[in-house]
Design a protein around this ligand. Structure first.
Ligand code: 13P
Ligand code: SF4
Length: 299
């Protein structure tokens, strides 16, 4: 199946992008593997005619917004991030009426409609720096309360208003699960994604995006790590660090939506070009503004 995929990629000038949470087989076949920020930058730069995005819907949608003239396909269009929908429009309006300088900061894990109502997008790898660079003092951080609270702790001079949304996968990871791993692996460092709850962040030696976790583990002199994020990251962690050991909380955090990016689905979508991401011109034009602002500020 891999050779059929590679042949079609060449014939059709297609490129495959995969997030670190995609199945191992998708990461292996992909031309680019990365965190949300890296993949958004690649999606903007690519000269391919077709982008096959092995991630969840908001990622494919962002790629389409950045590349309206390219065909953006997803191996399974139902792969969705539940957190992407967790904001009430009425709350945004309420806060805009309350604060003249309100800046709506939108984690990229959100629908295009939410991006349209936002001033700037961020990802977990640039959220602190971008929020810090904003002139506004009053920030509404959507949709993730855990990333928002992490940013707020780093930037106490800003009034960061949190929204009641979170990633169900990261929020299910408990301090008890981490403590159980720490008891078994006493020398291991705890590396955590900021979508986890505060009680888990407090047990951590390092907090960062998927790419930041990978870089930290690879550059560290330690050789054992407890990884508090989705288990798909193990493929790249182990590839880059064959002599290091990685443990995950139990049960292992698993994003079922990301796992829909199977080789069968990648091959099928390359053959049929049928699962295309489409965004209306009106939504695209509005959502492009906060996305481009992120790419500018994140340089
Ligand atoms: P990253 O930005 O760290 O890749 O995270 C994306 C994501 O979906 C985390 O759950
Ligand atoms: Fe969304 Fe969580 Fe899955 Fe990331 S791991 S895509 S935030 S549900």
């Amino acid at each position: 199946m891999e050779s059929q995929i590679n042949k079609l990629k060449q014939e059709k000038n297609a490129v495959v992008l995969a997030h670190y949470y995609a199945p191992d087989e998708a990461q292996k076949i992909a031309d680019y593997v990365g965190d949300s920020f890296y993949l958004a930058k690649i999606a903007k730069q690519t000269t391919a005619d077709i982008i096959v995005f092995c991630g969840v819907y908001f990622m494919g949608e962002s790629a389409k917004i950045l590349n309206p003239d390219k065909k953006v396909l997803m191996p399974d269009l139902t792969a969705d991030c539940p957190m992407a929908h967790m904001v009430k429009d009425s709350r945004i309006e309420e806060l805009k009426a309350l604060y003249d300088d309100l800046c709506v900061v939108c984690y990229i894990n959100s629908t295009a409609e939410l991006k349209c109502k936002s001033d700037v997008c961020v990802t977990s790898s640039n959220a602190v720096d971008i929020v810090n660079s904003l002139d506004s003092n009053n920030i509404f951080f959507i949709p993730d309360k855990n990333l928002g609270s992490f940013v707020s702790e780093q930037l106490p001079h800003k009034n960061i208003i949190l929204n009641d949304g979170c990633c169900p996968i990261h929020a299910a990871l408990t301090a008890q699960q981490v403590l159980a791993q720490k008891a078994k692996h006493k020398n291991a460092l705890v590396l955590t994604h900021p979508e986890c709850e505060k009680e888990v962040l407090e047990l951590s030696d390092f907090i960062g995006s998927t790419l930041d976790i990978l870089k930290f583990a690879t550059n560290s002199e330690h050789d054992e790590f407890i990884i508090c994020t989705e288990k798909g990251i193990l493929y790249e962690l182990a590839t880059r660090n064959p002599n290091k050991k990685f443990y995950f909380p139990e049960p292992n955090p698993c994003c079922a939506d990301m796992k829909l990016n199977t080789l069968e689905n990648i091959l099928s979508v390359l053959e049929k070009e049928d699962k295309e991401v489409n965004v209306s011109d009106e939504v695209r034009e509005k959502a492009l503004v906060p996305l481009n602002r992120m790419l500018e500020l994140g340089k």
